[in-house]
Design a protein around this ligand. Structure first.
Ligand code: GDP
Ligand code: MG
Length: 354
């Protein structure tokens, strides 16, 4: 089998890696990575996948000569995952043990808790647990693994929170606060943030990828700003939560131009300095609290966001995992356990290559 993707930037760590799609396998490669064509001379923000897992956010570029290029972050681990993903069958089908799968994901873990979890499974903890479950000697363990997966999966795949709201709602100011550095351009000039910007932060024990988006202005005057809004809609597709900032005193700020599907949305009143009448009273919505004021009281704003986001995702404020404890590390494992509970052991047997 040929390569679906060729790396055309030098191998090794780099800011950006460029992968060219092999023309003869273009259709299969796009399908394997969960992507679709882009017209010649255009580019689109995309999230290539390996099975259920989103590998990265990058650009799919339709080059003037008709070829397609994928521009992604230049980590060697990521590039290898993309090359593997484009090459075809997933690792389970290739016959890798659970231990090997866990070990190879350690370098890509987004936090030390995730890396430790993977190291334990690399030592065989999950394998033993699955054997016990299949043998009927591990009462309650399947439920415990599933309960923990709901929470611990964010140690392996940071939660993605997209900031949306009208222009000047304070999205970029909050984004900078949550990632702890000046990153996104903030300005009172409406329409300053034109691209979706991604930054890593933490909420309690959980790594978070924050995505700052262009504001929502109907009839945005510049094509580049409209393109930014399109990026926002795409970013929402794979998000765990939409955080909508609603500036105080904004009469029609509860409209929802972004189509969110089943992604939960959290409303946070923002720019508390502007309020004449608190929005919470006006809307009658019990979910509205005192607005945050990121400039006047950043600590309180951070604390409010942490409490409300963790609450919305039903996550605990603190979480400790016992050492050498079995844990799921892939959605396919959760699916296999659910199938087992429904009376079908085959997916679980497949994971153990029995
Ligand atoms: N007083 C006050 N000003 C804010 C707050 N958040 C943002 N701003 C200001 O509002 C303007 C727009 O903020 P920005 O973050 O760029 O909004 P965005 O368009 O939603 O990204 C900037 O001048 C910010 O300094 C806040 O909580 N309080
Ligand atoms: Mg902005």
């Amino acid at each position: 089998m040929g390569n679906g993707l060729d790396l055309i930037t030098p191998p090794g760590p780099g800011g950006v890696a460029v992968l060219r799609l092999n023309d003869s396998m273009r259709k299969e490669t796009l399908a394997r990575l969960g992507l679709s064509e882009v017209p010649r001379g255009t580019a689109r923000l995309v999230r290539p996948r390996s099975g259920e897992e989103v590998l990265d956010e990058g650009l799919l570029v339709g080059c003037p000569d008709g070829s397609l290029e994928l521009h992604v972050h230049g980590s060697p681990v990521l590039v290898q995952r993309l090359l593997d993903g484009a090459a075809g069958p997933d690792p389970v089908e290739k016959g890798k043990s659970l231990e090997a799968l866990a070990q190879e994901r350690v370098p890509g873990a987004p936090c030390s808790s995730g890396a430790r979890l993977l190291l334990d499974q690399g030592d065989g903890c999950l394998h033993k647990a699955f054997e016990g479950i299949l043998a009927g000697t591990a009462d309650g363990l399947a439920q415990e693994l599933l309960d923990h997966w709901r929470v611990q999966r964010y140690w392996l795949q940071p939660m993605r929170i997209v900031l949306v709201g009208q222009v000047n709602a304070g999205k970029s100011t909050l984004f900078n606060l949550m990632i702890g550095e000046e990153h996104a351009l903030t300005s009172s000039e409406a329409g300053t943030t034109r691209d979706a910007v991604l930054g890593r932060g933490h909420l309690g024990p959980w790594p978070v990828d924050w995505i700052d988006t262009a504001g929502e202005r109907a009839n945005a005057p510049l094509a580049v700003e409209r393109a930014g809004q399109e990026q926002a809609r795409q970013a929402i597709g794979g998000a765990d939560l939409i955080l909508r900032l609603v500036p105080e005193g904004d009469p029609d700020s509860t409209g929802s131009p972004c189509s969110a599907g089943d992604v939960p949305e959290l409303l946070i009143p923002s720019r508390g300095d502007q309020s004449a009448a608190p929005l919470g009273h006006r809307s009658g919505d019990p979910n509205f609290f005192k607005p945050i004021d990121v400039l006047a009281d950043p600590m309180m704003a951070r604390e409010t966001i942490r409490a409300r986001v963790l609450g919305a995702l039903e996550l605990p404020i603190k979480w400790r995992r016992g050492s050498r404890q079995a844990a799921l590390f892939d959605e396919a494992q959760a699916l296999a356990l659910r199938a087992w509970r429904a009376g079908n052991s085959q997916p679980l047997l497949d994971l153990l290559h029995i």
